[in-house]
Design a protein around this ligand. Structure first.
Ligand SMILES: Nc1ncnc2c1ncn2[C@@H]1O[C@H](COP(=O)(O)OP(=O)(O)OP(=O)(O)O)[C@@H](O)[C@H]1O
Length: 282
């Protein structure tokens, strides 16, 4: 559903952000796009949305070229930006009224239910909502949009602890099997137990693109007093070490996304024991 081939992109008078970036995303997955501040996550989502244009290379989404912004493309894509863009005089229901006609599969009952779950009054004006509450209006809309591709830029930024938990719960329960969601964030822990795939963007390249199930199959995430010999990444804790090693006979462990991220950006080699995923650009 998403094909990115030899993408080259940079802002004027700035160093190149992406060069020869290749990526494919299957339909029906919840993908975490992880990267440090400034890695280019927002820019990547904007390129997929057709708001920014590649300098070179080819990008297609659902068979459409995003930069053409055709109506059939736009009605199947919803982008939740990091910053709030709601008009201050609107209420949530007013926002729904003017925006939902662009999305043929929009589910109004779900939107209202999600506003209730997120504890946002539907008739309160945007100017009287906090940043986090405004974000929840847009997240509720995105989850009700019915779009085949939903892009969320730092979705949990500004949400309190219980709202983050509510968002995670709703995300995994309302997304249909044919919908793809890309969640871009540097707040990695916020996405735990929601993702099917993880993509790590670093230094202009996709350093890891892997299904969580493959990671759990191929690697063991453990703690010990000392690192085992075969560990590919180790970090010290107050009580000893946390480590990642190729999984042998151990039962599957739960994946520590933060440690995975640190391992990847610090150059840990995930290629040897990991045949079933794509390790693009390595
Ligand atoms: N409109 C712009 N004009 C010029 N440079 C920009 C523009 N937007 C972003 N950049 C630069 O591009 C780089 C990537 O920015 P981007 O916002 O895509 O990264 P990010 O991974 O989303 O970061 P963060 O996690 O901090 O939101 C940064 O160096 C940023 O300064």
């Amino acid at each position: 559903m998403i094909h990115v081939e030899n993408l080259h992109f940079g802002y004027p008078k700035k160093p190149t952000l992406f060069s020869e970036l290749n990526w494919e995303a299957p339909e029906g997955t919840i993908i975490g796009l992880l990267g440090k501040n400034g890695a280019g996550k927002s820019s990547f989502l904007r390129i997929l949305s057709g708001i920014l244009f590649p300098l070179d290379g080819a990008v297609t989404v659902n068979g459409f070229v995003p930069r053409k912004r055709q109506s059939q493309f736009l009605q199947e894509l919803f982008l939740v930006p990091d910053e709030s863009y709601l008009h201050s005089g609107l209420t949530s229901l007013g926002y729904e009224k003017i925006t939902s006609p662009f999305y043929p599969r929009f589910d109004s009952a779900r939107f209202r239910k999600l506003l209730d779950t997120f504890e946002v009054g539907p008739t309160v004006r945007v100017k009287d909502l906090s940043f986090g509450q405004q974000k929840k209006v847009v997240l509720a809309f995105a989850l009700s949009s019915g779009c085949s591709l939903i892009l969320m830029d730092e979705p949990t930024n500004g949400l309190d602890i219980s709202s983050k938990a509510a968002f995670r719960k709703e995300l995994v329960s309302v997304i249909r099997e044919d919908q793809t969601v890309i969640l871009a964030t540097h707040l990695i822990k916020d996405l735990e137990n929601t993702l099917d795939r993880v993509v790590i963007l670093d230094q202009g390249k996709i350093k890891l693109d892997a299904a969580l199930s493959d990671l759990a199959d191929g690697y063991y995430f453990g703690t010990a007093a000392q690192a085992p010999r075969e560990a590919i990444y180790v970090q010290s804790t107050a009580l000893g070490v946390q480590y990642i090693e190729p999984r042998k006979s151990q039962a599957q462990s739960s994946i520590n996304l933060e440690m995975l991220f640190q391992g990847v950006v610090n150059g840990a080699d995930f290629s040897e024991a990991f045949h079933s995923s794509k390790l693009a650009n390595l």
